[in-house]
Design a protein around this ligand. Structure first.
Ligand code: R5P
Length: 300
Protein backbone atom coordinates (compact mmCIF):
# COMPACT_ATOMS: atom_id res chain seq x y z
CA UNK A 1 0.00 0.00 0.00
CA UNK A 2 1.48 3.39 -0.87
CA UNK A 3 1.79 5.87 1.93
CA UNK A 4 2.76 9.52 1.58
CA UNK A 5 3.64 11.84 4.45
CA UNK A 6 3.23 15.57 4.36
CA UNK A 7 3.43 18.23 7.01
CA UNK A 8 1.64 21.50 7.56
CA UNK A 9 3.70 24.52 8.45
CA UNK A 10 3.76 23.68 12.19
CA UNK A 11 5.21 20.21 11.70
CA UNK A 12 7.32 19.84 8.55
CA UNK A 13 10.51 18.62 10.26
CA UNK A 14 8.51 16.07 12.25
CA UNK A 15 6.66 14.91 9.11
CA UNK A 16 10.01 14.53 7.35
CA UNK A 17 11.41 12.45 10.22
CA UNK A 18 8.35 10.17 10.12
CA UNK A 19 8.74 9.69 6.35
CA UNK A 20 12.43 8.81 6.87
CA UNK A 21 11.62 6.33 9.63
CA UNK A 22 9.10 4.63 7.33
CA UNK A 23 11.19 5.02 4.19
CA UNK A 24 8.18 6.42 2.32
CA UNK A 25 7.62 9.53 0.21
CA UNK A 26 7.69 12.93 1.89
CA UNK A 27 5.59 15.36 -0.10
CA UNK A 28 6.01 19.12 -0.05
CA UNK A 29 3.06 21.43 0.54
CA UNK A 30 3.25 25.09 -0.26
CA UNK A 31 1.68 27.21 2.48
CA UNK A 32 1.72 30.96 2.55
CA UNK A 33 -0.48 33.94 3.18
CA UNK A 34 -2.25 36.18 0.73
CA UNK A 35 -1.60 39.86 1.37
CA UNK A 36 -4.96 40.14 3.13
CA UNK A 37 -3.99 37.45 5.66
CA UNK A 38 -5.86 34.49 4.14
CA UNK A 39 -4.05 31.16 3.91
CA UNK A 40 -2.95 29.62 0.62
CA UNK A 41 -2.26 25.91 0.32
CA UNK A 42 -0.97 23.87 -2.62
CA UNK A 43 -0.11 20.17 -2.60
CA UNK A 44 3.08 19.68 -4.62
CA UNK A 45 2.69 16.11 -5.84
CA UNK A 46 0.39 13.36 -7.03
CA UNK A 47 -1.75 11.88 -4.27
CA UNK A 48 -4.30 10.13 -6.42
CA UNK A 49 -5.19 6.70 -5.03
CA UNK A 50 -2.67 7.04 -2.19
CA UNK A 51 -3.05 6.97 1.56
CA UNK A 52 -1.82 10.34 2.78
CA UNK A 53 -0.72 11.27 6.28
CA UNK A 54 -1.04 14.94 7.24
CA UNK A 55 1.07 15.92 10.26
CA UNK A 56 0.03 19.18 11.86
CA UNK A 57 0.51 20.08 15.53
CA UNK A 58 -1.67 22.85 16.89
CA UNK A 59 0.85 25.11 18.54
CA UNK A 60 1.97 28.00 18.61
CA UNK A 61 -0.81 29.38 16.41
CA UNK A 62 -3.64 26.88 16.82
CA UNK A 63 -6.24 28.71 14.74
CA UNK A 64 -3.93 29.24 11.81
CA UNK A 65 -2.70 25.66 11.89
CA UNK A 66 -6.24 24.33 12.08
CA UNK A 67 -7.35 26.35 9.06
CA UNK A 68 -4.32 25.16 7.14
CA UNK A 69 -5.10 21.59 8.13
CA UNK A 70 -8.67 21.88 6.81
CA UNK A 71 -7.44 23.31 3.49
CA UNK A 72 -4.81 20.58 3.10
CA UNK A 73 -7.19 17.72 3.91
CA UNK A 74 -9.97 18.98 1.65
CA UNK A 75 -7.50 19.56 -1.20
CA UNK A 76 -6.13 16.03 -0.77
CA UNK A 77 -9.63 14.60 -1.08
CA UNK A 78 -10.32 16.73 -4.18
CA UNK A 79 -7.08 15.43 -5.68
CA UNK A 80 -8.17 11.82 -5.26
CA UNK A 81 -6.33 10.72 -2.10
CA UNK A 82 -7.69 7.34 -1.05
CA UNK A 83 -7.53 7.90 2.67
CA UNK A 84 -6.42 10.94 4.66
CA UNK A 85 -4.85 10.13 8.01
CA UNK A 86 -4.52 13.09 10.33
CA UNK A 87 -1.66 13.13 12.83
CA UNK A 88 -2.15 15.94 15.32
CA UNK A 89 0.64 15.50 17.85
CA UNK A 90 -0.42 18.42 20.05
CA UNK A 91 -4.17 18.73 20.04
CA UNK A 92 -5.27 22.21 21.08
CA UNK A 93 -8.74 22.99 22.38
CA UNK A 94 -8.87 19.70 24.31
CA UNK A 95 -9.20 21.46 27.65
CA UNK A 96 -12.45 23.22 26.74
CA UNK A 97 -14.31 19.94 26.54
CA UNK A 98 -17.45 20.98 28.35
CA UNK A 99 -19.59 24.02 29.09
CA UNK A 100 -18.12 25.21 32.37
CA UNK A 101 -20.12 28.46 32.31
CA UNK A 102 -23.47 29.00 30.57
CA UNK A 103 -23.04 30.06 26.96
CA UNK A 104 -19.53 28.74 26.45
CA UNK A 105 -18.54 26.95 23.25
CA UNK A 106 -17.51 23.32 23.72
CA UNK A 107 -14.38 23.83 21.66
CA UNK A 108 -13.24 20.21 21.59
CA UNK A 109 -16.56 19.17 20.05
CA UNK A 110 -16.43 21.89 17.41
CA UNK A 111 -12.83 21.19 16.45
CA UNK A 112 -13.24 17.40 16.20
CA UNK A 113 -16.40 17.87 14.11
CA UNK A 114 -14.55 20.12 11.68
CA UNK A 115 -11.60 17.74 11.45
CA UNK A 116 -13.95 14.96 10.38
CA UNK A 117 -15.96 17.25 8.10
CA UNK A 118 -12.81 18.38 6.26
CA UNK A 119 -12.28 14.78 5.15
CA UNK A 120 -10.06 13.14 7.78
CA UNK A 121 -10.65 9.39 7.72
CA UNK A 122 -8.59 8.46 10.77
CA UNK A 123 -6.86 10.51 13.41
CA UNK A 124 -3.77 9.97 15.56
CA UNK A 125 -3.18 12.09 18.65
CA UNK A 126 -0.57 11.94 21.37
CA UNK A 127 -1.12 12.28 25.12
CA UNK A 128 -4.22 14.41 24.77
CA UNK A 129 -5.26 16.19 27.89
CA UNK A 130 -7.61 13.70 29.52
CA UNK A 131 -9.26 15.04 32.61
CA UNK A 132 -12.65 14.20 31.24
CA UNK A 133 -12.38 13.05 27.64
CA UNK A 134 -11.09 9.56 27.09
CA UNK A 135 -10.34 7.68 23.91
CA UNK A 136 -13.83 6.31 23.24
CA UNK A 137 -15.44 9.68 23.86
CA UNK A 138 -12.99 11.37 21.50
CA UNK A 139 -13.80 8.89 18.72
CA UNK A 140 -17.50 9.42 19.35
CA UNK A 141 -17.11 13.21 19.09
CA UNK A 142 -15.02 13.01 15.95
CA UNK A 143 -17.15 10.23 14.38
CA UNK A 144 -13.95 8.68 12.94
CA UNK A 145 -11.46 6.26 14.48
CA UNK A 146 -9.13 8.14 16.81
CA UNK A 147 -5.92 6.45 17.94
CA UNK A 148 -4.29 7.63 21.16
CA UNK A 149 -0.51 7.34 21.26
CA UNK A 150 1.71 8.05 24.24
CA UNK A 151 5.24 9.37 24.54
CA UNK A 152 5.54 8.52 28.24
CA UNK A 153 7.66 5.34 27.78
CA UNK A 154 10.19 7.20 25.60
CA UNK A 155 10.30 10.17 27.98
CA UNK A 156 10.90 7.89 30.96
CA UNK A 157 13.61 5.91 29.18
CA UNK A 158 15.35 9.08 28.06
CA UNK A 159 15.28 10.56 31.58
CA UNK A 160 16.70 7.42 33.19
CA UNK A 161 19.45 6.93 30.62
CA UNK A 162 20.41 10.55 30.10
CA UNK A 163 20.40 11.58 33.75
CA UNK A 164 21.52 8.24 35.06
CA UNK A 165 18.62 8.07 37.50
CA UNK A 166 19.10 5.63 40.34
CA UNK A 167 15.98 3.73 41.41
CA UNK A 168 13.74 6.72 40.64
CA UNK A 169 10.19 7.21 41.76
CA UNK A 170 7.77 8.62 39.17
CA UNK A 171 5.33 11.27 40.37
CA UNK A 172 2.31 12.83 38.68
CA UNK A 173 1.60 16.40 39.82
CA UNK A 174 -2.10 15.68 40.39
CA UNK A 175 -4.62 12.84 40.38
CA UNK A 176 -5.17 13.08 36.62
CA UNK A 177 -1.46 12.68 36.00
CA UNK A 178 -1.40 9.32 37.78
CA UNK A 179 -2.30 7.88 34.38
CA UNK A 180 0.92 9.23 32.85
CA UNK A 181 3.03 8.36 35.90
CA UNK A 182 1.87 4.74 35.74
CA UNK A 183 2.84 4.34 32.07
CA UNK A 184 6.24 5.98 32.62
CA UNK A 185 6.94 3.94 35.76
CA UNK A 186 5.97 0.63 34.22
CA UNK A 187 8.39 1.24 31.34
CA UNK A 188 11.39 1.71 33.63
CA UNK A 189 10.29 -0.67 36.38
CA UNK A 190 9.86 2.11 38.95
CA UNK A 191 7.35 2.91 41.68
CA UNK A 192 4.86 5.67 40.98
CA UNK A 193 2.52 7.95 42.83
CA UNK A 194 0.73 11.27 42.43
CA UNK A 195 0.37 14.38 44.53
CA UNK A 196 -2.82 14.64 46.46
CA UNK A 197 -4.40 17.55 48.22
CA UNK A 198 -5.27 16.55 51.77
CA UNK A 199 -7.46 18.74 53.93
CA UNK A 200 -6.11 18.87 57.47
CA UNK A 201 -8.61 21.35 58.82
CA UNK A 202 -10.99 24.04 57.61
CA UNK A 203 -8.02 26.29 57.00
CA UNK A 204 -5.18 23.94 56.24
CA UNK A 205 -4.47 21.88 53.12
CA UNK A 206 -1.30 19.89 52.47
CA UNK A 207 -0.16 18.55 49.11
CA UNK A 208 1.91 15.41 49.25
CA UNK A 209 2.45 12.08 47.51
CA UNK A 210 -0.59 9.90 48.16
CA UNK A 211 1.30 6.85 49.36
CA UNK A 212 5.07 7.02 48.79
CA UNK A 213 7.84 8.79 50.68
CA UNK A 214 10.24 10.64 48.37
CA UNK A 215 12.84 11.43 51.08
CA UNK A 216 16.31 10.75 49.70
CA UNK A 217 14.85 9.52 46.40
CA UNK A 218 15.52 10.54 42.81
CA UNK A 219 12.23 11.77 41.38
CA UNK A 220 10.90 11.95 37.84
CA UNK A 221 7.80 14.18 37.62
CA UNK A 222 5.71 13.58 34.50
CA UNK A 223 2.76 15.42 33.01
CA UNK A 224 1.10 15.75 29.62
CA UNK A 225 1.54 19.51 29.23
CA UNK A 226 3.77 22.17 30.70
CA UNK A 227 2.15 25.46 29.81
CA UNK A 228 2.78 28.25 32.34
CA UNK A 229 4.80 25.80 34.43
CA UNK A 230 2.67 26.48 37.52
CA UNK A 231 1.61 22.85 38.01
CA UNK A 232 5.16 21.54 37.56
CA UNK A 233 6.70 24.17 39.87
CA UNK A 234 4.24 23.29 42.62
CA UNK A 235 5.07 19.60 42.22
CA UNK A 236 8.82 20.27 42.34
CA UNK A 237 8.35 22.33 45.54
CA UNK A 238 6.39 19.54 47.17
CA UNK A 239 8.87 16.75 46.40
CA UNK A 240 11.84 18.96 47.29
CA UNK A 241 10.25 19.80 50.64
CA UNK A 242 9.57 16.08 51.02
CA UNK A 243 13.34 15.47 50.84
CA UNK A 244 13.79 14.37 47.21
CA UNK A 245 17.50 14.10 46.35
CA UNK A 246 17.17 14.93 42.65
CA UNK A 247 14.26 16.02 40.45
CA UNK A 248 13.87 15.70 36.69
CA UNK A 249 10.68 17.00 35.07
CA UNK A 250 9.23 15.62 31.86
CA UNK A 251 6.22 16.34 29.70
CA UNK A 252 4.98 15.35 26.28
CA UNK A 253 3.96 18.83 25.14
CA UNK A 254 6.35 21.65 26.07
CA UNK A 255 3.96 24.52 25.43
CA UNK A 256 6.19 26.67 27.67
CA UNK A 257 4.43 29.99 27.73
CA UNK A 258 6.18 32.99 29.22
CA UNK A 259 9.14 31.95 31.39
CA UNK A 260 7.89 28.47 32.30
CA UNK A 261 11.25 26.78 31.75
CA UNK A 262 13.14 29.25 33.93
CA UNK A 263 10.58 28.86 36.70
CA UNK A 264 10.94 25.07 36.61
CA UNK A 265 14.73 25.21 36.78
CA UNK A 266 14.64 27.83 39.53
CA UNK A 267 12.26 25.62 41.49
CA UNK A 268 15.00 22.99 41.60
CA UNK A 269 14.47 20.59 38.70
CA UNK A 270 17.76 19.56 37.10
CA UNK A 271 16.10 19.62 33.70
CA UNK A 272 12.82 19.57 31.84
CA UNK A 273 12.58 16.96 29.11
CA UNK A 274 9.91 17.31 26.42
CA UNK A 275 9.12 15.95 22.98
CA UNK A 276 8.95 17.50 19.53
CA UNK A 277 5.14 17.51 19.35
CA UNK A 278 5.92 21.19 19.87
CA UNK A 279 9.39 22.33 18.80
CA UNK A 280 11.04 23.87 21.88
CA UNK A 281 14.41 24.18 23.62
CA UNK A 282 13.58 21.03 25.62
CA UNK A 283 12.31 18.84 22.76
CA UNK A 284 14.96 16.18 23.34
CA UNK A 285 12.73 13.19 22.60
CA UNK A 286 11.23 12.76 19.13
CA UNK A 287 7.76 11.31 18.70
CA UNK A 288 8.59 10.39 15.08
CA UNK A 289 9.48 6.76 15.89
CA UNK A 290 6.30 6.36 17.95
CA UNK A 291 4.10 7.69 15.15
CA UNK A 292 6.02 5.75 12.51
CA UNK A 293 5.67 2.48 14.44
CA UNK A 294 1.91 2.87 14.64
CA UNK A 295 1.51 3.91 11.00
CA UNK A 296 3.68 0.99 9.88
CA UNK A 297 1.54 -1.51 11.78
CA UNK A 298 -1.65 -0.23 10.19
CA UNK A 299 -0.76 0.92 6.68
CA UNK A 300 2.42 -0.78 5.50
C1 R5P B 1 -3.66 19.99 33.44
O1 R5P B 1 -4.52 19.41 33.95
C2 R5P B 1 -2.55 19.40 32.66
O2 R5P B 1 -2.40 18.05 32.85
C3 R5P B 1 -1.28 20.14 33.01
O3 R5P B 1 -0.96 19.85 34.35
C4 R5P B 1 -1.50 21.61 32.84
O4 R5P B 1 -2.03 21.89 31.58
C5 R5P B 1 -0.21 22.37 33.03
O5 R5P B 1 -0.48 23.73 32.92
P1 R5P B 1 0.47 24.77 33.59
O6 R5P B 1 1.86 24.49 33.14
O7 R5P B 1 -0.05 26.10 33.11
O8 R5P B 1 0.31 24.64 35.08
Amino acid sequence: MSLVILGGSSSRPLAFKIAKELNVEFMEVETRRFPDGEKYVRILGDVSGKNVVVVQSMYHRPDEYLMEYFLIVDALKDLGAKKVIGVIPYFAYARQDQRFKPGEAISLKTVTKLIEFAGTDELYVIDVHRHRVEEAEFSRLAKIPVFYLTAMPELAKYAVEHFNLDNPVVIGPDAEAEFWAKIAAETIGAEYDYLEKQRISDREVVIKPKKLNVKGREVLIVDDIVSTGGTMVRAIDVVKKGGAKRVISACTHPVLVEDALTKILLAGAEALVGTDTIPSPVSFVSVAPIIARNLRERYL
